[in-house]
Ligand binder design. Structure first.
Ligand code: TEU
Ligand code: CA
Length: 530
């Protein structure tokens, strides 16, 4: 597959390091734990591992508040541990993607500590400081992503600083070139150590309106929504100048070979596409989160796939995401039967798939008793269903007390409700979700049509979604039933084929001709004869 790069034909697996494997019995996952579990990832067949932040951090937002971009938090290990992990990932033929968090630092970062000392501090302008409004209130009406004003008053110097997330996460001022250079050095620090790329946190937030104008009121706001949605984020993010900042980051990666820049971006398709950059000099992969947000409806999904394909810039590589550490678990959103169909969809669409740890065994939202809530968002805006803890619980390796994750009580509760929802059990069972994922990943590696082939839309009719993937004489039909009743899909006159894979494990190898019966909750990959 020399004509495509690893981040194009490969599959990315996201690890939330606190919850993958604890190696030293403190109930929190760590880098050595991940290293010990690499044989599992090799067996599963993923190509790259993205690890959420493991840098030194006060953990106000569990690592998304970074106090040092060039080190490892002792909870997770040491620089030697990441080097060892990186070496073993590469030995296994996989790639390592780090999580880079450039929009904000921790309030404990030495840069912020220095910035807040005085209005004349050399680092004052590294952050976004403003005088109070005439009434003494915040400089503008912007709202934090986690609720409340996005401005925090600092007594010592009588000014407010801006934070798009927690007050413990002050936003850096990316209009200041010194900030850019310092952050480029942090990128080089890791690139020199051999990491293969970055997933860049809230990349569309980096530049704010130069005049910090008020955001307009959102007329469609409803009280069950997050407070952030009271306003339209017109001036607080997605500003035109951000693309220059991203192009500069990309240029740093271009000093090295075959590194990948992935942007975390929650924007509608038409705005998302700009993040590929002018002449594709922006992010290689602006994350496509549409499947996270869309209704599970064949016509709707067919539409969004076609819109996305049509909107891609010439040469822009697509990607698809089914879950992450900020969203409810896919198996919970769709139920166990459709979770299998979703697996097939993710791994047959055109574009780099990103798989969230635990989704391959159908992990669901784990109930968190009030006294064990960890997520700062839940603490800020309680009771509205924003808690991200339920999707961040320990990876379920087996059915022992601490599910094989740790030999101590884990930082978040583990799920004991379903005896088969673990790796050990599902690995033995050829009909399990895990086996389905493993077989899909294998097929995706074997079949160019799946990994890099063309996408051709076929139909969306009732519960049935069908499309084709084609490459060099390989012609695969993907037919999914997103509902609970059987349907017959009519094929073109004279069409014949053979079932390569079935979600339900039925009729694999069967010859079909003229039409194909698709049972409830079934998904088929059919090789068409030419
Ligand atoms: O998330 C950014 C982000 O926009 C989310 O907070 C999102 O608004 C929310 O989860 C609903 O979809 C990134 C990280 O992924 C998240 O874990 C961090 O808390 C956040 O940035 C701040 O760094
Ligand atoms: Ca540990």
């Amino acid at each position: 597959m020399s004509e495509t790069l690893w981040w194009q034909h490969g599959t990315i697996y996201q690890i939330y390091p606190r919850s993958f494997q604890d190696s030293n019995g403190d109930g929190i996952g760590d880098l050595e734990g991940i290293r010990q579990r690499l044989p599992y990832l090799t067996w599963l067949g993923v190509d790259a591992v993205w690890i959420s932040p493991f840098y030194p951090s006060p953990m106000a937002d569990f690592g998304y508040d970074v106090a040092d971009y060039c080190d490892v938090d002792p909870i997770f290990g040491t620089l030697e541990d990441i080097d060892r992990l990186s070496a073993d990932i590469h030995k296994a033929g996989m790639k390592l993607i780090l999580d880079f968090v450039p929009n904000h630092t921790s309030d404990r970062h030495p840069w912020f500590q220095e910035s807040r000392i005085s209005r004349d501090s050399p680092k004052r302008d590294w952050y976004i400081w403003r005088d109070p409004a005439p009434d003494g209130g915040p400089p503008n009406n912007w709202i934090s992503n986690f609720g409340g004003s996005a401005w925090q008053f600092d007594e010592a110097t009588g000014q407010y600083y801006y934070h798009a997330f927690l007050k413990e996460q002050p936003d850096l001022n990316w209009r200041n070139p010194e900030v850019r250079w310092a952050m480029h050095d942090a990128l080089r620090f890791w690139l020199d150590r051999g990491v293969d790329g970055f997933r860049v946190d809230v990349i569309w937030h980096l530049i704010k309106d130069a005049e910090l104008r008020d955001n307009p009121i959102n007329p469609a706001y409803e009280p069950h929504q997050r407070e952030l949605n009271r306003l339209l984020e017109v001036h607080s993010c997605d500003q035109p100048e951000v693309h220059e900042v991203i192009a500069e980051m990309r240029a740093v990666l271009e000093e090295y070979d075959e590194r990948v820049l992935i942007g975390e971006i929650y924007l509608p398709i038409e705005r998302l596409m700009a993040y590929y950059g002018n002449d594709l000099k922006g992010a290689h992969l602006p994350f496509n989160f549409q499947l996270l947000q869309s209704a599970w409806d064949a016509r709707h999904i067919d539409n969004l796939i076609r819109e996305y394909e049509a909107a891609l810039p010439e040469g822009g590589w697509p990607n698809w995401v089914l879950g992450n550490h900020d969203q409810a678990r896919i198996a919970d959103r769709l139920g166990p039967a459709q979770a299998r169909v979703a697996a097939l969809l993710l791994l047959t669409l055109r574009g780099t798939p990103t798989l969230y740890y635990g989704d391959e065994i159908g992990m669901v939202q784990v109930p968190i008793p009030p006294e064990r809530v960890q997520d700062p968002w839940e603490k800020n805006e309680p009771g509205l269903g924003f808690n991200r803890d339920p999707a961040r619980t320990p990876m379920q390796w087996d059915d022992s007390d601490h599910v094989g994750f740790s030999n101590a009580e884990p930082w978040l509760p583990v799920d004991h409700r379903a005896p088969e929802r673990n790796v050990a059990t599902q690995k033995q069972d050829h009909s399990s979700l895990l086996s389905l994922y493993q077989r899909l990943l294998e097929l995706r590696r074997e079949r160019k049509a799946l990994s890099i082939g063309r996408y051709v839309s076929v139909t969306a009719d009732g519960d049935i979604l069908a499309f084709r993937r084609e490459s060099d004489g390989e012609n695969l039909l993907i037919a999914l039933n997103l509902g609970g009743t059987a349907h017959r899909l009519m094929l073109d006159e004279g069409t014949t084929g053979r079932v390569l894979l079935s979600c339900l494990g039925r009729n694999e190898g069967a010859e079909i001709s003229g039409s194909v019966e698709i049972p409830a909750n079934e998904g088929l990959i059919i090789e068409l004869a030419d």
